[in-house]
Design a protein. Structure first.
Length: 300
C-alpha cells in the first residue's frame, strides 16, 4: 500500500471536480485524498506510534504538510459562505492542517472566515452527506483554538451544541457516529481545567462530553456499526482520547477489529472481504485507533 515514502494506491489519485492543489515538493503530486492520508499519518505519529519500517513515509508526511503551511496562509478558503476565496483550499482540509501543524496564522484565517455560528452554507452538503457540514466545522473550531484559546473554546462548545441538536433528528447510525466522533475529537482538544477552576462551565462540559461518550458506546454495540470497521475504529480511537474510557470496556470491539486484519496486515473499510474501496484509509485509521487504545489503562 506504500512505495517507500509515498502511497501506492490508485484510490488516492482521484481528483474532485475543480480540484487543483499545488504541490510544494518537486515531482510529488498532491490530491485531497493524498493529503487526507498524510494527515492520518501525522495523527499516528502524534499518538506516539513508532514508525518502524514506515519511517520514510512518516518523514514524507511531515515534510509535505509543513511545506504547505506558508503557501496556504496566503491562499485562503474557497467554500466559505462569507467572503470565499477563488482558488482557495477546502475548509476542512485547511483547518486540519492548521490543527496538526499548530499554526496560529492559519488558525486566524479560519477564525476570520466564521459567519455567525459557522462557516459553510446550510446546503453545502445535502442528503445523507448533510452531517459533513458540522464535521467540517468541528475542524474549523479546533483550528480557531490554535489561534485563540478563548474564542476557540467558545467555537468548539457552540459546534458541539449544534451537533447535539442535529442528533435529535438524525437517524442514520453512520451519520450519528461521525457526528459524535467529531464532537468528541474537538472536546478532547480543550485543555483540562486547572485545579480549583471547575465551576458551572466545567460541570456543563463534563455532561456534554459524557452524553457524546454514552452515544458512542451505544453505537459501537449496534450491528450496523460493528460491520463498519472504519467507523468502529474511529469510535474506539476517539474514546481512547483524554479522558479515556477504560480499556476493558473497549476490549471486545478492539478484538473484533483486530480479527479482521488480513494476511498483508491491512484492513478493509467494512467486514466484507470484497470491499476494498478506501482500504488504505481504513488501515491508517485502524492503526491510529489501536495506537491510542494501546496507550490507555487496560489497553493492550
Amino acid at each position: 500500500m506504500t512505495d517507500g515514502d509515498s502511497f501506492h494506491d490508485g484510490y488516492l489519485q482521484y481528483e474532485y471536480p475543480g480540484e487543483a492543489l499545488a504541490s510544494p515538493l518537486p515531482g510529488r503530486r498532491l490530491t485531497y485524498r493524498i493529503l487526507d492520508a498524510y494527515f492520518i499519518v501525522l495523527m499516528i505519529r502524534q499518538a506516539g506510534v513508532q514508525p518502524g519500517g514506515a519511517q520514510a513515509l512518516f518523514d514524507r508526511a511531515e515534510t509535505a504538510t509543513a511545506s504547505l503551511v506558508p503557501l496556504w496562509r496566503q491562499q485562503g478558503i474557497y467554500n466559505l459562505r462569507r467572503h470565499p476565496v477563488r482558488g482557495g483550499v477546502a475548509l476542512d482540509t485547511y483547518a486540519i492542517l492548521a490543527v496538526l501543524q499548530r499554526d496560529v496564522a492559519m488558525g486566524r484565517v479560519v477564525a476570520a472566515g466564521r459567519d455567525g455560528d459557522g462557516w459553510l452554507a446550510e446546503d453545502f452538503y445535502t442528503g445523507w452527506d448533510a452531517f459533513r457540514r458540522l464535521a467540517d466545522e468541528s475542524w474549523a473550531a479546533r483550528a480557531m483554538l490554535v489561534a485563540d484559546p478563548v474564542a476557540g473554546r467558545a467555537a468548539i462548545l457552540e459546534t458541539c451544541r449544534r451537533i447535539a441538536v442535529s442528533l435529535r433528528t438524525e437517524r442514520d447510525p453512520s451519520a450519528r457516529a461521525n457526528l459524535v466522533i467529531h464532537a468528541l475529537e474537538a472536546l478532547a482538544d480543550l485543555p483540562a481545567p486547572e485545579a480549583g477552576t471547575g465551576g458551572d462551565a466545567a460541570a456543563l462540559l463534563d455532561v456534554t462530553r459524557q452524553d457524546f461518550r454514552e452515544e458512542a458506546l451505544r453505537l459501537l454495540e449496534t450491528d450496523t456499526i460493528r460491520r463498519d470497521t472504519l467507523t468502529s475504529g474511529n469510535l474506539v480511537g476517539v474514546l481512547a482520547r483524554r479522558p479515556a474510557v477504560p480499556g476493558e470496556v473497549l476490549a471486545p470491539r478492539v478484538a473484533e477489529i483486530v480479527g479482521r486484519q488480513d494476511g498483508t496486515g491491512c484492513w478493509n473499510a467494512t467486514a466484507d472481504p470484497a470491499d476494498t474501496d478506501a482500504r488504505l484509509f481504513a488501515t491508517l485509521r485502524t492503526v491510529l485507533a489501536l495506537g491510542r487504545y494501546a496507550a490507555i489503562p487496560g489497553g493492550r
